[in-house]
Write a protein that binds this ligand. Structure first.
Ligand SMILES: [Zn+2]
Length: 289
């Protein structure tokens, strides 16, 4: 075969319909799930994230264009556990026939009172369960891509395994009696349970309700009694409450924790792995001395 004929064959192969499959349309409810889908799906998927960077998924108001995105999707990936209370109505009004994938289905939920705590992704071990289940859902929706999804998921799971060790090593360097902080809302229950840092919040597992004066007074009392060294802002929440608590207790503001949504590309946490690293760095630099 001449060089020219070989080149022609290669070009035909690249241009053949087998290689020009339409990407799978996937909607993710919020940015952390969007990051997982993008990482596993690569260019075989076209991912749309409903709740954008630095935004609060608990209290999202869907835009009319969101119904169209859901109508066009083959898969809709959601966290579940009550995080996206606004979603069922949106799916219904869109008339979508998409498969709804609940990414948290494989984890053991924590309870806070009678409600499930939705923030399971804050444990890296849970994130591994999300990733495995999302890879399976993508493979079921696009069997030709199954091999590619499995390969990409495997590589990513190895990174998450290493990330989990990084978190444990970082927490181990914080003196045990200093492993306690205040955050804005109860987003870190799974992180606390997995890694042994106590995080106390004036707001519950949802940002939907305002804290009462009594809740705030209780937190202020607790900071003083337990000598809690630092309070943290959150990227999705208003700063004022935490700044007020800091001013009234003398606790230092340790920085910003990324809780329920990634930052934009220019922020410190455009990906899940960046988010976990940002948070452990913020915690250790505020607590380890
Ligand atoms: Zn939350």
């Amino acid at each position: 075969m001449t060089m020219r004929r070989l080149l022609l064959c290669v070009l035909l192969l690249i241009a053949s319909p087998l290689h020009a499959a339409e990407p799978l349309n996937v909607v993710a409810s919020f940015s952390i799930l969007g990051d997982f889908v993008r990482t596993i799906g690569g260019d075989r998927v076209n991912v749309t994230t409903l709740v954008g960077p630095d935004s609060d998924v608990h209290v999202y108001t869907p835009a009319p264009s969101d119904a169209k995105r859901i109508a066009d999707a083959k898969l809709v990936i959601v966290n579940g556990l009550g995080l996206e209370g606004w979603l069922p109505r949106l799916v219904q009004s869109s008339g979508s026939k998409a498969t709804i994938v609940i990414a948290s289905a494989g984890i053991a939920p924590l309870k806070l009172g009678s409600a499930a705590d939705p923030h399971a992704w804050q444990s890296v071990l849970n994130a591994k369960v999300y990733v495995t289940d999302i890879a399976n859902a993508l493979a079921a929706a696009d069997p030709d891509g199954a091999e590619a999804f499995r390969t990409q998921a495997k590589a990513y799971l190895e990174k998450l395994e290493a990330l989990d060790r990084e978190v444990r090593d970082a927490v181990a360097k914080i003196p045990a009696e200093r492993r306690k902080v205040i955050s804005t809302h109860d987003a870190f229950g799974y992180f606390a349970a997995e890694y042994g840092v106590q995080l106390i919040a004036p707001l519950g597992v949802s940002t939907e309700t305002e804290p009462s004066a009594r809740d705030i007074a209780a937190i202020i009392g607790q900071i003083k009694a337990q000598k809690i060294p630092a309070v943290f802002l959150e990227n999705i929440s208003d700063d004022r409450l935490i700044r007020r608590i800091a001013a009234e207790t003398g606790a230092k503001v340790g920085g910003t924790l990324i809780s329920d949504g990634l930052t934009g590309e220019k922020g410190p946490a455009p990906t899940y792995i960046d988010m976990v690293r940002h948070n452990i760095k913020a915690l250790t630099s505020a607590l380890d001395h």
